[in-house]
Design a protein around this ligand. Sequence first.
Ligand code: F6P
Length: 555
Amino acid sequence: MTTREPIDQQQAWQALSQHAEAMRKVHLKDLFQEQDGRHERYARRAAGMMLDLSKQRWRDETLEMLLELARAADVPAAIDRLLSGARVNLSEDRPALHTALRLPADAKLEVDGEDVVPGVHRTLDHMATMVAKFHAGQWRGATGRAITDVVNLGVGGSDLGPLMVTHALADYRPRDVHPVEVHFASTMDGSQLADYLARLNPETTLFVISSKSFTTIDTLSNALTARDWLFSHLADGDDVDGLVMRQHFIGVSASREKMSEWGISECNQLEFWEWVGGRYSLWGAIGLPIALAVGMDNFRALLDGAHAMDRHFATAELADNLPVLLALAGIWNVNFLDIRAHSILPYDGRLEYFASYLEQLEMESNGKSVTNEGDSVTYSTCPVLWGQLGPNAQHAFYQLLHQGTQPVECDFIAPIRRYDRVEDEATRKHLKGQHRLTLANCFAQSRVLMLGDDAIEDDGPRPSHKRYRGNQPSTTLLLDRLTPETLGALVALYEHKVFVQATIWDINPFDQWGVELGKKIATQTEQILTSHEGIESLDDSSRGLIEAVWRESDY
Ligand code: F6P
């Protein structure tokens, strides 16, 4: 890797900075007035979706300059390196090959001289065998009863992706199979797990311990509680013949050794690889809960959709490349218009967990402040990104979007078609009406955010607290329908957007050293909390908090 001139010192960046001086004074409504056909000019289609970037605060020349910036950062070469398995994760010296998890079986991709595709498909086949067994009612617990409930124990990437997709594709649950409910427990405080343990039957419950490292304390503390619960109910406290472990636990990790140490039977171990980042891992074994919930065919359709986006990313010109354009819109807002907050607003209840999924994907990937060469960056990187279902957020934080002091970029996401599969005609009609209402709200909100007061034709005099300034930029993404394929493509779109931004910012999106120190200090703090020794080494606030706990609890 050659050392690159800092991006903000390159001509393309400086030209954009100058251009932004002028653009900051231009209102979005003026951009629409000065350019006919703006929607068509800034809309692009691929992989079952349409991306409308016309409500960004830019002109044709802005986009040209941003494309020049992408070329200056050598984005096309970076895309090639990512997809071909180069060691793009520099601090950990390994490739980031989540895209290999969705390659078709007849593809070939060598990492360190070995084709990784057969291994990927072996794991998919292993998952398929497991799923078939559950769906046939043949996966039985220690007392011989078929498993009906599967609880995924994982956190971060080992939770958010499967949780988000399982919820999003709930309409795709297979009928005519033995029903298996999938649940998720992630929090280290055990509150989610306690709730499941109170209402599930140990005889018919299985736990999937999902952890790439198999060292994450959040997950392992939940797993220990679950193991004791099963042992005490099914094995008189001691699983002498290993039956409970065999019938009630599956492990998913990059470390077979650690799974074995924990007692996961070899045949219940699903493997993935160090070259798959945790937050990029839903496409393989970590996706087992998805496959259990929606069936293996739909899981494979999800992979196909993501692969279609990968192909588009690899082959489309920069100016027509959806992930590249989405990334450039973000860069324009963050680095040149000083808009450092970004809200994700899906208008479909099935995408309830999409924003929290993206919070990890974007902020854990690009929340960085040193370049690949180890220098401090002299420009902003990832914005603060948060979100919520749009219709609900309208009654929560949209007030700030419309009349607050913070500029915010918004992504509106909605499916064009909905409820086609509802069988009862009257219900279908009502639900379609609700969908129409939802689309109207989605389009109305982005319009008001753009135009402000000008959205109302008859705009008589109004007091200032009833005025809207508008000029908040947004992107709208319309999916033809929300299917396994389009969802796969949607997630891949954001994965690649993150990569393009990281390339331009010259940061590594595939490590997360920022979370390590907190883990270390938490371990020390727990030792002090438990042993009552060493508190004098802490600061006054931490001491006060710990002493308050000691005074009021039995710790
Ligand atoms: O603490 C952050 C993190 O490392 C994430 O990157 C990861 O997705 C999560 O923890 C869980 O890690 P693991 O899958 O190894 O348990």
